[in-house]
Write a protein that binds this ligand. Structure first.
Ligand code: ARG
Length: 569
């Protein structure tokens, strides 16, 4: 595909003898300012001239006759470039014709390894809506990087270790006959957890018992280990139900417990570094210089911490995966934790190529109207319920719209639409924003939602089906695709790879979500203003080809977000 940006950068380089990188060429926010712009102040210092003068000189020297540029305008110190519409359409059609469903894929990732740590629910606790966000955002990043030619490794760093297991074991010991753990593990264990916490608040002695249990678990006590294993297996069975519904997959389920025998090395290295201090009986790394609370490496009673396990994981992942980036997707509540461990990781003796590429990708909280969710208080929306409710509501809508479909088809569509709605809701806005969870907006089938994108896709599908053919790309008459609505669509399709690349650079799937909404609405505008099946075969072919291109990109983009497309709706 023609890289217009690069062409412009080269032209400016040639004229000015300065090194103009492709990245210097901007995309104006407003398309009345052209397709690309070059801010001339970038050259002001080097050329010792005012930006406006540089702009004029560049403009005068470019002979647009031999280029893909239609027109050049100067606004302030900017040069705005307008690309010839037919060139955009032509290059997109050629590329679609070449790559078909693979349109947009690249190999800029060069097979480098990227570790993505996401989902990571805690054993014996509900998989809540915050973990859903991590699962969905992490899953999207996984697909996005893969699309760009990276080798992605998805890790579910399960919360299967820590002092809470001491508490659970204590509660289990005391009351397990009263609870139906085999059949309803997480709910029942949550009740035990709430109850034992209550007791701990009243009785210091019980709290000490709990702490001891965890210590025993770490020391390999058979009884504690056996109960722990049971909690883990039963919980995973429930988590897998959710992963199946969401279509989530992981390359590794090495959770916190996996590092239980790998933490001593961390402590030894830190000890040798001379930075490990004893404070009130605990081993810590002082981070005062960095204006942070100390990172606790070992508690007073000798237990390990969440941070130590993460440090062991950094060592392990650097050695095992030789990563070019290690990404962690959690709520912003853990920002300090990651700042601390990324700082302490510098003391582990790892190459800087690892420690400089540890990236926390925080996201906003999911709030209920009644405030924050907390496992301890027991006020959480359970994800099982949420997903099933979404499917049920989608089913009602499908039934209204398509009463004649078979029961099986309706269920199939309802699943894709319901789950798609929930997934898209989590990716629709900039991830750092808090999100107030409301059924109505999640499941709003009109507006900027997953179902809207699915609906647009289904429309392209039925157009293509009705047409019964995809026209030959070589014979498309580009003249028929130069109206504003068509151009709008082609410009967006041209930007697909670029959009995915920016989403990866910023670890921000919402950039792709917005793009798919824009593409859907551009297609809707096109569709509302143009009949597709018309008498003039040339016009019809051109419009079908546009529809075909939109069909491919919507499906591909939705798949990157983790959304499945229904064939009908
Ligand atoms: N289990 C943690 C939680 O639920 C998230 C773990 C994130 N990953 C990590 N390597 N710390 O909050």
């Amino acid at each position: 595909m023609i890289n217009f940006k690069k062409e412009i950068a080269n032209q400016i380089s040639n004229i000015t003898n300065a090194q103009i990188e492709e990245e210097y060429i901007e995309k104006p926010k407003d398309n009345t300012m052209g397709d690309y712009a070059f801010p001339c102040f970038r050259l002001a210092k080097e050329l010792k001239k005012a930006p406006q003068i540089i702009a004029q000189e560049i403009k005068d020297k470019i002979d647009i006759n031999n280029t893909n540029i239609e027109k050049i305008e100067i606004v302030g110190g900017y040069i705005n470039f307008y690309i010839k519409k037919e060139k955009i359409v032509k290059t997109v059609i050629d590329e679609i014709n070449l790559k078909k469903e693979e349109y947009g894929t690249t190999n800029i990732g060069n097979n480098q390894n990227i570790v993505i740590d996401y989902s990571a629910p805690n054993i014996a606790k509900p998989f809540h809506i915050g973990h859903l966000r991590s699962t969905v955002i992490g899953g999207a990043l996984y697909n996005i990087y893969k699309f760009l030619g990276y080798n992605t490794i998805g890790i579910n760093h399960l919360g299967d270790y820590g002092t809470q297991f001491g508490k659970l074991i204590e509660g289990y010991k005391r009351w397990h006959q009263e609870y139906d753990i085999e059949n309803n593990a997480i709910e029942e264990l949550t009740k035990i957890y709430v109850r034992i916490n209550e007791l701990c608040k009243q009785d210091e002695q019980v709290l000490n018992e709990c702490r001891n249990n965890f210590k025993k678990l770490e020391d390999g006590d058979e009884y504690c280990k056996e109960i722990w294993k049971k909690f883990r297996e039963l919980s995973l069975k429930e988590f897998n139900r959710i992963y199946d519904m969401l279509g989530s997959k992981f390359d590794s389920l090495n959770g916190e417990a996996f590092y239980s025998d790998k933490m001593q090395e961390v402590i030894d290295i830190l000890q040798k570094s001379g930075k490990l201090e004893i404070s009130e009986g605990a081993k810590i790394i002082n981070l005062e210089e960095k204006n942070m609370a100390p990172c606790i490496i070992e508690k007073t009673n000798g237990s390990s911490t969440y941070a130590t396990r993460d440090l062991a994981a950094i060592l392990y992942r650097a050695r095992t995966y030789d990563f070019s980036k290690a990404i962690y997707v959690t709520s912003y509540e853990q920002t300090l934790h990651f700042k601390q461990i990324f700082e302490v990781a510098k003391l582990l003796g790892l190459d800087e190529k690892y420690t400089n590429n540890l990236i926390h990708v925080p996201f906003g909280m999911v709030l209920l109207k009644t405030g924050k969710m907390s496992t301890r208080e027991g006020n959480v929306i359970k994800l099982d319920d949420l997903l099933n409710e979404a499917i049920a509501r989608a089913k009602k809508i499908v039934e209204d719209k398509n009463p004649n479909l078979s029961e099986e088809e309706k269920s199939e569509i309802a699943k894709k639409v319901g789950i798609g709605a929930v997934i898209f809701n989590d990716l629709a806005n900039s991830r750092i924003k808090d999100e107030i969870f409301e059924w109505d907006s999640v499941l709003n089938f009109n507006g900027e939602t997953g179902p809207y994108i699915q609906y647009t896709y289904v429309r392209t599908n039925s157009i293509l089906k009705k047409a019964g053919y995809v026209p030959d790309a070589e014979n498309i008459d580009i003249e028929n695709l130069l109206d504003n609505n068509s151009i709008e669509v082609f410009k967006l399709i041209y930007e697909y790879t670029n959009t995915v690349t920016i989403a990866a650079d910023k670890n921000e799937p919402s950039i792709l979500s917005r793009y798919l909404i824009n593409l859907s609405s551009a297609f809707s505008n096109f569709y509302n203003n143009n009949k597709i099946m018309v008498e003039d075969k040339k016009i019809q072919d051109a419009r079908i080809y546009l529809t075909y291109a939109v069909n491919i990109v919507l499906k591909s983009g939705a798949k990157l977000l983790g959304m499945e497309m229904p064939d009908k709706m």
